[in-house]
Write a protein that binds this ligand. Structure first.
Ligand SMILES: Cc1ncc(COP(=O)(O)O)c(C=O)c1O
Length: 405
């Protein structure tokens, strides 16, 4: 064993499956919206672990919740229930449309549960023919075979077929394309991200979501909102459906829900939940006490009105700053998104160069994200301090100045 030997980026290629291509630096610690690498170089974090670190790094409240639970009980499995899971489920029911909660460990698993539940509900209430799922091109729902098949990006399915069948893809923000596919006999669910994250930070139009709600009601289909990326406070509302005023039958939440601890939840109504009877679905770790204790602290914190209001103010500042840089250097056509999930769309000249922006920003001490090759995506901590926004914008401007020189 040589665990004392330094670990380097080169080691990744020797010991890890090559499905990721991580950047050159290895972060070793973080505090708030700042991160330090192995060389003690400091970065401003506008990436937030891809919309996960909702309260930044090393948040004292989350550390406290984790420590407190760590000293009590780590795991019991679902043969028994546990206090943190019950408390968190009760809180989620109090704060949302939900009447029942299922816990999982990742966004993909929460979606897998949602799709299985929708099929089972259709099967139970109408029969086996009612199993079709409608989703949207460019959507992303996870990497299990079912969620990849439902997702609207064919490249993620390449080489993994045969995929589960009965899945149709309509066009996002185009109600007519849904009307052409939906049927009373066959459609069990329509699944949509209120803001497509991986697909380029593309918000749904309110009329589109309301139209989906109406179509689902008309055709006895369940409406599923995948809020894995845009939920848990990111839009400035606890969940994006509250921003849009359109209520789904099933909602999935993960990423920011745990603030960096793996946890996910599927929220639904009492009536729909009934189709997941004893033994129909499960997860060893789902509802783990450590995960639920941390998520409880996250939800208790971000659901406070002053935190939600603060997200709006931070969003305005960040959006304005990015727009100003975009205009000055002629690199963005628009900055879109809601709250602290923002997408800066590259101009024609810079199409396909998202990664260059990411690398240039990193060289200036700023962590950002891309969504595809044409959109710079920002998903910082929901409580990022003003001075970190300002510092990050300064660093981004330097990066863009270098890149466009
Ligand atoms: C909207 C959406 N759904 C599902 C997922 C999958 O989540 P996870 O990677 O936790 O499985 C993601 C991840 O990016 C996502 O953005």
């Amino acid at each position: 064993m040589n665990n004392r030997e330094p670990v380097t980026r080169e080691l990744f290629n020797d010991v890890m499956v090559p499905n990721y291509a991580p950047g050159a630096m290895i972060p070793v610690r973080g505090e708030g919206s700042r991160v330090w690498d192995q060389d003690d170089r400091e970065y401003v974090d506008f990436a937030g672990g891809i919309a996960v670190n909702s309260l930044g790094h090393a948040h004292p409240g989350l550390i406290g919740a984790l420590h407190e639970q760590a000293e009590k009980l780590w795991h019991v499995s679902n043969v028994l229930t546990n206090e943190p899971a019950l408390r968190l489920a009760r809180t989620l029911c109090e704060l949302t449309f939900a009447e029942r909660v299922f816990f999982a460990n990742s966004g993909a698993e929460a979606n897998e549960a949602a799709f299985k539940l929708a099929r089972r509900y259709g099967w139970q209430h109408q029969g086996a023919e009612k199993h079709e799922i409608i989703s949207f091109t460019n959507s992303f729902h996870g990497r299990t075979l079912f969620t990849v098949a439902v997702g609207g990006q064919a490249k993620y399915l390449e080489g993994f077929e045969p995929a589960p069948g009965g899945i149709h893809h309509a066009t996002f923000n185009d109600l007519d394309s849904v009307k052409a596919l939906i049927s009373k006999e066959k459609t069990c669910a329509v699944v949509v991200e209120p803001i497509q994250g991986e697909g380029g930070v593309m918000p749904a139009e309110a009329e589109f979501l309301q139209g989906l709600r109406d179509l689902c009601d008309e055709h006895n289909a369940l409406l599923i909102f995948d809020e894995v990326q845009c939920g848990a406070g990111r839009t400035g509302h606890l969940y994006a459906y509250q921003h849009y005023g359109v209520t789904p039958d099933i909602l999935t939440s993960a990423k920011g829900l745990g603030g960096g601890f793996p946890v996910a939840a599927m929220l639904t109504t009492e009536k729909v939940a009934e189709s997941f009877g004893v033994g129909t679905h499960g997860s060893t770790y789902g509802g783990n006490p450590l995960a639920c204790a941390v998520a409880q602290k996250v939800i208790d914190t971000i659901s406070q009105p002053e935190i939600l209001k603060g997200i709006k103010a931070r969003s305005d500042k960040l959006r304005k700053g990015m727009m100003a840089i975009g205009e000055k250097y002629d690199v963005f056509t628009e900055v879109r998104g809601e709250g602290l999930l923002l997408g800066c769309v590259l101009t024609e000249k810079w199409q396909g160069r998202g990664k260059d922006f990411l690398n240039a920003a990193q060289a200036e001490g700023l962590m950002i994200l891309i969504a595809g090759a044409n959109v710079i995506r920002l998903a910082p901590s929901l409580i990022i301090p003003d001075q970190d926004i300002e510092e990050g914008l300064e660093r981004f401007e330097k990066a863009v100045a270098t890149l466009t020189k």
